[in-house]
Design a binder for this molecule. Structure first.
Ligand code: GLN
Length: 452
């Protein structure tokens, strides 16, 4: 088979499944087919492991000439004039971008219900959500539309949908992957990462997108290991910490049991585990929603109706122009975060809220530093429950936020973490979360690989 044939098959599959799954926004068919034909001319000896394979990209990652909206009305019709660094890296690896994936607007949400354009369904049960915000990325892989996608994770947005959809999703160490060309939500937390069917694919894709980028001052100038080589199957002597806070009230009995079963498998392979405490976990949710909203309120100030995308038709003067563009262009959840963040950063409240949250963030990070003095990885459930029904909690933001209680501490600390499928509840997948030391994705992958 040729690359052109494989690419064509990917589009056929996507076209057949999209009426049910609704994972994709803009499609890149013409360009992708052209690229595939060019690539068929490249000699076999010059092709890497990902050469010619189709990939979908979350819609908050900018793609030159391909509409990029972050699922917001305010970016409707926005055609970027450059590629994100990760998209350039996919091209360099020979991967073919087939289209853009639905998400919660500006990556704010846990169910994909906050997209302005459509609601993606969970392929395991079309009445349930795929999770979010990278719900399109996880659903597309779960449905078999594409074997690889990119997502982004600010507070769980790769791992939670991966868990809900029964696929593998990795949030790399903060700084491992360039954020240049990622539409910013909360810059100190955002990271791009791979969503795939297998751990090996995930390792290969992370390798392809990692590395220092002079256009992102927070990208780390440290060597990128060969992640796939870390999949040795050998976890003899591995020390695992299991935080008791991750087995608290609200976590379903099935989710707890799935983790216990996984720990037993790891023990049989020569690992040991102990219960530990991450005592500041209980403050993570409040800390995250304060800091992420503060950063978002600042990052989203650039959407003024002049530079990109949607602009209002109703304005008598400049102030009205800004106000109407933003009122019409942003959805409810985005407005909620902008209001919360602006409030937290305003003079008089800054010390009480933002600064306090920064201090608690340091305590949360120190919990992890301390745990990693004695353990190689930390393991728990990815989410408290499997996927919930579409419409079930969308009107209750606090219940929605609570979904991220087990994923958010990882972003606040900046450490890497993966979700791999580990069981089922009511016919819906559950995820196992494996958290690693800074820049030690190798160990995370080695442990994840045990469950392949
Ligand atoms: N659900 C979380 C939020 O709404 C996480 C989002 C994310 O990781 N992008 O902020």
């Amino acid at each position: 088979t040729t690359i052109a044939e494989v690419t064509k098959q990917a589009f056929d599959r996507i076209e057949a499944l999209e009426p049910k799954v609704d994972a994709f926004l803009a499609m890149n068919k013409e360009q992708a087919m052209q690229q595939a034909e060019e690539m068929d001319k490249v000699p076999l000896a010059e092709r890497g492991p990902l050469f010619g394979l189709p990939i979908g990209v979350k819609d908050n990652i900018v793609t030159e000439g391909l509409e990029t909206t972050a699922s917001s009305r305010i970016l409707e019709g926005f055609n970027p004039i450059y590629n994100a660094t990760v998209v350039e890296k996919l091209k360099a690896a020979g991967m073919i971008t087939v289209g853009k994936l639905n998400m919660d607007e500006f990556a704010m949400g846990s169910s994909n219900e906050n997209s302005y354009y459509k609601k993606t369904k969970n392929p395991w049960n079309l009445e349930t959500v795929p999770g979010g915000s990278s719900g399109g990325s996880a659903a597309a892989v779960a449905a078999g539309e594409v074997p690889f996608t990119l997502g982004s994770d600010t507070g769980g947005s790769i791992r939670q949908p991966a868990s809900f959809c029964g696929v593998v999703g990795m949030k790399p160490t903060y700084g491992r992957v360039s954020r240049f060309g990622l539409i910013a939500f909360a810059s100190s937390l955002d990271q791009i990462g791979p969503v795939t069917r297998t751990v090996k694919d995930n390792a290969l894709l992370l390798q392809a997108i990692s590395g220092h980028d002079e256009r992102d001052s927070t990208s780390a100038d440290i060597e990128v290991p060969n992640f796939a080589e870390a999949l040795t199957g050998d976890i003899q002597g591995l020390r695992i910490g299991v935080p008791k806070e991750y087995f608290a009230e609200g976590v379903s009995e099935a989710a707890k049991q799935a983790v216990r079963d996984a720990l037993q498998v790891l023990e049989e392979k020569g690992a040991t585990w102990e219960e530990i405490s991450l005592p500041h976990s209980k403050y993570a949710l409040a800390t995250y929603y304060l800091l992420a909203s503060s950063e978002a309120s600042s990052n989203l100030s650039r959407f003024d109706g002049i530079r990109y995308g949607y602009r209002t038709q109703k304005a008598g003067n400049l102030l009205e122009f800004y106000m109407n563009t933003r009122s019409e262009g942003f959805g409810d959840e985005v407005k909620r975060r902008i209001m919360l963040g602006t409030y937290a950063l305003s003079s008089g409240y800054y010390e009480a809220y933002y600064k306090k949250a920064q201090k608690v963030r340091t305590l949360i990070k120190q919990d992890f530093d301390k745990a990693f003095e004695n353990y190689d990885v930390i393991i728990g459930p990815t989410t408290p429950t499997p996927a919930f029904k579409i419409g079930e909690i969308i009107d209750d933001p606090l219940t929605m936020y609570a979904n991220d209680i087990l994923t958010i501490p990882v972003n606040l600390a900046g450490v890497p973490a993966i979700s791999v499928p580990c069981g089922f509840e009511n016919g819906l997948p559950l995820g196992l979360q494996i958290i690693g030391k800074y820049f030690d994705e190798e160990t995370v992958y080695r442990v994840a690989d045990v469950f392949e």
